[in-house]
Design a protein around this ligand. Structure first.
Ligand SMILES: C[S@@+](CC[C@H](N)C(=O)[O-])C[C@H]1O[C@@H](n2cnc3c(N)ncnc32)[C@H](O)[C@@H]1O
Length: 350
């Protein structure tokens, strides 16, 4: 239950008693979890990664530079970074998912020893880079969340539209599945999980329905959970009611926000002066975390606002490369629905 323990440390169990009292709902399109353009059967099919041109403009890969893609996925961004830094730029591509790692190895094979691909969680970024003798890098990319092949593979359990086991682990060797959480957490804990990580205001109703269903036997499949969620809270608008429930479970199973909070300072520690960090977030929980971290690292003082005199001696480590977040234009969204919720933030190491 490691993933859930991490979740507790960031206040999962401290959600307000009345879900809905404080959190403003985010516009979370169904595409954040399901229904992306990308249910390709051929998982090696060359795809255009999200916000590709903006990522390249932000990272500005150069000949001879060293880069890390912490979320290699299908290797689309990674291949583009290697092409831009041709002929001598190097890239370390990481993914927690061994299936993604095999895919990326094939995709990056033409770059020879300029590309290294490894299965690793980006929460261990600093150690993984240093193990390879990399103490400083010129750019780091994190394109958060799940990939299209993961979503489209029933056995991975990410999609409520296709029947599969309730798994949702990026790394299949991870300690906790979504089924573990759904079948062992108490009603209150489930409600708080759905509220905190899914920003689902009807979280209590879904939690109650799950606990009632469990009396008849364990909830084991994606479609079982999707239909009991729909029965519990009904359909309102175009987004499937299970969207936020699945998002919450995926975040908890993979301890996604903890991993993100852990990697940001490691990325800053690894970047050489002038090196850049680019992060693409797909929902407001991630984006808020990145935005706050960047703001903190760009400011000279992090003392509480109530303190009249600065005592923190904080030194900024980052500067903004562009104002605010970059979002996909209409053309990209038309061809790639997933891009609709993407927000890219880029900062440069001072
Ligand atoms: C949106 S996809 C990346 C797509 C990629 N940029 C491309 O061009 O194909 C996100 C990938 O990040 C991986 N991932 C998510 N969290 C991770 C973590 N903490 N450590 C390593 N990989 C992670 C997922 O397994 C998934 O393959």
């Amino acid at each position: 239950m490691r993933a859930f323990d991490h979740a507790q440390t960031i206040g999962l169990l401290e959600a307000p008693a009345e879900p809905g009292a404080e959190l403003a709902p985010v516009a979370l399109p169904a595409s954040a979890v399901i229904g992306m353009r990308d249910c390709e059967q051929d998982q090696d099919q060359v795809h255009t990664p999200v916000l590709l041109e903006a990522v390249l403009a932000g990272l500005d890969p150069r000949v001879g530079g060293r880069y890390i893609d912490g979320t290699a996925g299908r290797g689309g961004h990674a291949a583009a970074i290697l092409s831009r830094s041709d002929p001598s730029g190097e890239l370390l591509a990481l993914d927690a998912d061994p299936v993604a790692v095999s895919m990326v190895r094939r995709r990056l094979a033409p770059f020879g020893n300029r590309a290294t691909v490894a299965q690793a969680n980006f929460r261990d970024l600093l150690g993984v880079a240093r193990d390879r003798g990399w103490d400083g890098v010129d750019g780091i990319l994190l394109d958060l969340g799940l990939s299209s092949p993961q979503l489209a593979t029933p056995a991975r359990g990410f999609s409520f539209a296709i029947e599969g086991p309730l798994d949702m682990r990026f790394d299949p060797a991870g300690p906790t599945t979504a089924a573990d959480l759904v079948n062992t957490l108490g009603e209150e804990e489930l409600a708080n999980l759905f509220y905190t990580y899914g920003e689902e205001h009807r979280s209590r109703r879904v939690a109650r329905a799950i606990v009632e269903a469990r009396q008849r036997g364990p909830v084991t499949t994606t479609t079982q959970l999707a239909s009991l969620t729909e029965r519990a809270i009904g359909r309102h608008g175009p987004t499937h009611p299970a969207t936020r429930i699945f998002q919450a479970l995926r975040i908890a199973v993979n301890a996604e926000l903890d991993a993100l909070a852990a990697v940001l300072p490691q990325a800053v520690a690894l970047l050489r002066p002038g090196g850049r960090l680019a992060v693409i977030a797909f929902h407001s929980l991630e984006d808020r975390l990145v935005k706050k971290y960047f703001q903190q690292e760009m400011t000279t003082c992090i003392c509480p606002g109530s303190q009249p005199v600065c005592t923190c001696a904080h030194r900024p480590t980052l500067r903004a490369v562009s104002r605010g977040a970059t979002m996909a234009g209409d053309d990209e969204v038309r061809t790639n629905r997933r891009a609709r919720s993407a927000r890219l933030r880029v900062a440069e190491r001072l």
